[in-house]
Design a protein around this ligand. Structure first.
Ligand code: DOR
Ligand code: ZN
Length: 445
């Protein structure tokens, strides 16, 4: 099957031009001027001057399968991704069982291959007595470490073991990615919260405090400095934590970080409305943190955006604060949230492409993705930047059918999503027959 997308506005060297994009065998075969009639494709889309962007790459998702299929599975969550213009994801290891052994990775791979509509890769979890397993796995994105406990039972807080993991990363040239929240601080504050019966989500930011984040970041940076390996901070949420990373970035190129859409576009004030639907780890912070992170993103100090898409059912979220699980959906709204910023002139469109497509591919070494370029994979999204819409829970494809951005008006809609040259999403319709492929990670030199 070949596909021709005619008259599409695409980015070339920081400018936008109308071009024809011809896709063959899953790749971008040729980019020509619009008057070129050389290519006859099996299928043609006339973009009529609309934007064609690289598909989004979300390097931090929890698709829940195996083990928590009530919350989501590869089929449902990859459909949500396709509807949101995300064409590749990297799944986190806190499933049941955790992805911390050769066998569990193998099983998850099989499930994704069979069910995912979009391209996929995997993070491998660090678990204390199973570290030797890392020597036996192939084509993983990273080793993920939970420095503070969250959903699931993965946790490594001891400096000695962290150092051992960092050394393995160095030796095998594997990126270490960190959920940086200090377990000791969280534990101490949680105990106090129980005693005082702070059973309300408005205390979440107090319990999993700013300090919990910045102390964990400092601890990781100290070990990184000693070992000299590559580390990546997941979901940085505070100004204080970010400042530590900015300092470290001046000393080394081996430190990178991401920010989540909810830490840019939501804060504590939204909790009145959201309740536990705004509970996630790390928590929503303040407007000041939102602004600091947005500025850091614009300045290129934050490498990219990832969603931490972590579905939980409405029923679970309706429990009291202590019992409700942490995590929010995000995969379906992230592209539009950023396009909305671009449509309103608050951020450059080239920045959106950088932080959602180019940089995730670069940091993780994902081969042939993140750019509209001849020879690259034909993972594309067609966007109507002039179209406004309201985000609604009822439109969400994610199995749990809710979003913390419910009710938000956005400008910039995903019209169609193309995976490996196949149209998987088109104006609200999903083609469930399309299957994604596992992405390839190239080792950094
Ligand atoms: O809010 C979160 N949810 N943070 C995490 O670290 C895990 C995630 C989940 O899997 O639910
Ligand atoms: Zn996560």
């Amino acid at each position: 099957m070949s596909l021709l997308i005619k008259n599409a506005k695409i980015q070339e060297k920081n400018n936008f031009f109308i071009k024809n994009v011809f896709c063959k065998k899953g790749k971008i075969a040729s980019i020509t001027n619009p008057d070129n009639t050389k290519f006859n494709a099996d299928k043609t889309i006339d973009a009529k001057g609309k934007l064609l962007l690289p598909g989004g790459i979300d390097c931090h998702v929890h698709f829940r399968e195996p083990g928590m299929e009530k919350k989501g599975n590869w089929k449902s969550e990859s459909r949500a991704a396709a509807a949101g213009g995300i064409t590749s994801v990297i799944d986190m290891p806190n499933t049941i069982p955790s992805t911390t052994t050769v066998q569990t990775l193998k099983e998850k791979r099989k499930t994704a291959e069979k069910n995912s509509l979009i391209n996929f890769g995997f993070h491998f979890g660090a678990e204390k007595r199973k570290l030797a397993e890392i020597n036996k796995v192939k084509n993983i994105a990273s080793i993920k470490v939970f420095m503070g406990s969250s959903t699931g039972n993965l946790l490594v807080e001891e400096e000695k073991i962290l150092e051992e993991i960092f050394r393995t990363g160095k030796q095998k040239n594997i990126l270490i990615v960190l959920h940086a929240e200090e377990e000791k601080i969280i534990k101490k504050n949680s105990k106090k919260a129980r005693e005082k019966n702070w059973n309300n989500v408005k205390y979440h930011n107090k319990i999993r405090s700013e300090k919990a984040e910045s102390e964990a970041i400092k601890k990781a940076l100290k070990i990184q400095k000693k070992v000299g390996n590559r580390i990546h901070f997941l979901h940085v949420s505070t100004k204080k934590g970010m400042q530590e990373i900015i300092k470290a970035k001046k000393r080394t190129k081996q430190v990178s970080c991401e920010v989540c859409p909810h830490h840019l576009f939501l804060n504590e004030k939204d909790l009145n409305r959201l309740g536990n639907f705004g509970k996630m780890n790390p928590p929503l912070r303040t407007k000041k943190d939102n602004e600091f992170l947005m500025n850091a993103l614009k300045k290129g100090l934050i490498d990219f955006i990832a969603t931490d898409h972590a579905p939980h059912t409405k029923k679970e979220k309706q429990k009291n604060y202590f019992d409700a699980p942490s995590g929010v959906t995000g995969i379906e709204t992230v592209y539009s949230l950023l396009l909305n910023e671009a449509a309103k002139g608050k951020i450059k469109l080239s920045k959106v492409i950088e932080v959602l497509c180019e940089k995730p591919a670069e940091v993780y070494g994902i081969k042939n993705k993140g750019k509209i370029k001849e020879g690259f994979d034909a993972d594309l999204v067609l966007v109507d930047l002039n179209k406004s819409f309201t985000v609604k829970n009822s439109d969400i494809h994610s199995k749990c059918k809710w979003t913390p951005f419910n009710g938000r008006k956005l400008k910039g809609k995903i019209e169609a999503t193309i995976i490996n040259g196949n149209i998987v999403y088109n104006k609200g319709k999903i083609n469930s027959k399309i299957k994604g492929k596992e992405v390839k990670f190239e080792k950094k030199k």
